[in-house]
Design a protein around this ligand. Structure first.
Ligand SMILES: Cc1cc2nc3c(=O)[nH]c(=O)nc-3n(C[C@H](O)[C@H](O)[C@H](O)COP(=O)(O)O)c2cc1C
Length: 403
C-alpha cells in the first residue's frame, strides 16, 4: 500500500473512544506551554492557537500548562484554574469544538521550582531539596499541604468540566510536584510519603484517585508520567512500571509515558538543539540571563534527537497495564504514527510537528505530506517565555548554526 493510500485507511485516522469521549482520529496535540496567559488569564491569542490546531485536523488539543493553584506556577504568564477564568476557558473550548476537535487541559503543580516572584512566597516541595533552577530551597509539604493540593486537583478537574473540556491530563512527570514525590532525587521524606517506592507513590496515586472521584467514572483522565528522570539515583523504568500500574488502579483512563526533569534535565523530554542564548535573552531575571549565558551549555545537558525517542520505555509501560497508552516524543511522520499503532499504542501525542504546522494532520490525511519538516531547533521553547509559543523557523528562517 502506498503511504497516500495508507493515510486514508490506516488506524491513525480511525475514530477512537476513550471513556465517554469519541475522538475523530488518534492524534492528540501534546501539552506545550503556550506562554499566552498574561497574569494567568486566557488571551484571544491562546484561543486562536488552539482553534487553529483543531481546524488542522488534530483529534484533541491539550491546553498546557494549567496550574491547580496560584502557587503551582513557574511563570507569571501561566494559567491557573479558578472560577474567574471559566468564561474565557469556555470560549476556548467552544472555539475548539466548532472546528470538530476535542479539548483537554493539563493540570499540574510545579512544586519546588515555582517562581517566588509569581507566587509571592517560598515554593512548596516534597522535601527540602535545593532547586538549582531557582537557586532556592522549597518548604517541605506537611500533611495539611498534601490534603490541600489533592483537593486543588479535584476542584480544578471539576472546573475543567464546567469550562467544557472533554478530558484532563494530570501532570505527574517532568519533575513537577507529583513527579517530585515519585523521584528519590527530590523525595527525601521519612514519613509515609517517602522512602520506599510504595510510599513515594502514595500521594500522586491519591491525587489520581481523588480526581477520578471528582469527575465520575467515565470522564477521560490522561496521566503524563516519567519513565526516567535522567538523573543518577532517581526514577528509572523499573519504578515507572510500578507507578503506571498504580495510576491504572487509581482510575487513570490512559497513560502518557515521558521523561526528564524540568529543573535538572529539561532537554531530555525534547532532544535536539539547545537554544541557550535565545532562552537567556527571553528571561526577565538578570541572574538567570547571566547564569544561562555563562554556564548554559554546562547546566543544560544535550540529548541527541531521534524519532520516537520514547518508544523503548513506552513499550514497557504498554505491556504492564491494561489501559490505553499514548506514544509521545519525536513523532514526526505518518510512518512513526503507523508504527505506534502497530505496536499497540492507542494514540500518539505530537508537540513540535504541530507547532511547526497546525495543519499537518489534515495534510497527512489528504496524502499531501508524510513527514514534518520540524528540525528540532527548539526555538519554540525559548519563544514561549517571551511572545508565546510559535515555530521560529516559520518566521525567522531555519537555524543556520546549531549550538
Ligand atoms: C514549546 C514547548 C512547550 C512545552 N511545554 C510543556 C508543558 O507545558 N507540559 C508538558 O508536559 N510538556 C511540555 N512540553 C513537552 C511536550 O509535551 C512533549 O513531551 C515534547 O515536546 C516531545 O514531543 P514532540 O517531540 O512531539 O515535540 C513542551 C514542549 C515544547 C516544544
Amino acid at each position: 500500500m502506498t503511504q497516500k493510500a495508507e493515510a486514508k485507511t490506516g488506524k491513525v485516522f480511525m475514530p477512537a473512544k476513550i471513556g465517554s469521549l469519541q475522538l475523530r482520529n488518534r492524534i492528540i496535540r501534546a501539552g506545550c506551554f503556550e506562554g499566552m496567559c498574561p497574569e494567568g488569564c486566557v488571551s484571544n491569542e491562546l484561543i486562536e492557537h488552539h482553534r487553529a490546531v483543531a481546524a488542522g485536523g488534530t483529534a484533541m488539543t491539550t491546553v498546557a500548562y494549567c496550574s491547580v493553584a496560584r502557587d503551582g506556577r513557574a511563570y507569571g504568564h501561566e494559567l491557573w484554574m479558578r472560577q474567574e477564568v471559566l468564561p474565557d476557558l469556555k470560549r476556548l473550548t467552544d472555539a475548539i469544538h466548532a472546528e470538530g476537535g476535542a479539548a483537554s487541559v493539563q493540570l499540574g503543580h510545579c512544586g519546588f521550582f515555582a517562581s517566588r516572584s509569581a507566587i509571592g512566597h517560598q515554593p512548596i516541595g516534597a522535601s527540602r531539596k535545593f532547586c538549582t533552577y531557582r537557586m532556592s530551597f522549597p518548604r517541605p509539604m506537611n500533611e495539611q499541604d498534601i490534603v490541600e493540593v489533592r483537593e486543588q486537583f479535584g476542584q480544578s478537574a471539576k472546573m475543567a468540566i464546567q469550562a467544557g473540556f472533554d478530558a484532563i491530563e494530570i501532570h505527574a512527570g517532568h519533575g513537577y510536584l507529583l513527579s517530585q514525590f515519585l523521584s528519590p532525587y527530590t523525595n527525601k521524606r521519612k514519613d509515609q510519603y517517602g522512602g520506599s517506592l510504595e510510599n513515594r507513590i502514595r500521594f500522586p496515586k491519591s491525587v489520581v484517585q481523588h480526581v477520578r472521584e471528582a469527575v465520575g467514572p467515565d470522564f477521560p483522565i490522561f496521566v503524563k508520567m516519567n519513565t526516567t528522570d535522567g538523573i543518577k539515583n532517581a526514577l528509572e523504568i523499573e519504578d515507572a512500571v510500578v507507578v503506571a500500574k498504580a495510576f491504572e488502579e487509581a482510575g487513570a483512563s490512559a497513560l502518557i509515558p515521558s521523561c526528564g526533569f524540568t529543573a535538572k534535565t529539561p532537554f531530555m523530554m525534547l532532544r535536539g538543539n539547545r537554544p541557550i542564548k535565545m532562552m537567556a535573552f527571553n528571561q526577565k531575571n538578570p541572574l538567570q540571563i547571566i547564569g544561562l549565558i555563562l554556564f548554559g551549555s554546562f547546566l543544560v545537558q544535550y540529548y541527541e534527537y531521534q524519532d520516537m525517542f520514547l518508544l523503548d520505555r513506552a513499550r514497557q509501560i504498554l505491556s504492564a497495564v491494561n489501559i490505553p497508552v499514548v506514544l509521545l516524543g519525536g513523532i514526526c511522520s505518518l510512518d512513526n504514527m503507523q508504527t505506534a499503532m502497530n505496536e499497540g499504542f492507542e494514540f500518539v501525542q505530537v508537540g513540535r510537528a504541530i507547532i511547526k504546522d497546525p495543519d499537518i494532520v489534515n495534510k497527512m490525511q489528504r496524502g499531501e505530506v508524510t513527514q514534518s519538516d520540524c528540525d528540532h531547533c527548539n526555538r519554540c521553547v525559548a519563544a514561549m517565555d517571551k511572545d508565546g509559543v510559535r515555530c521560529v523557523c516559520n518566521t525567522d528562517g531555519p537555524l543556520k548554526k546549531k549550538k
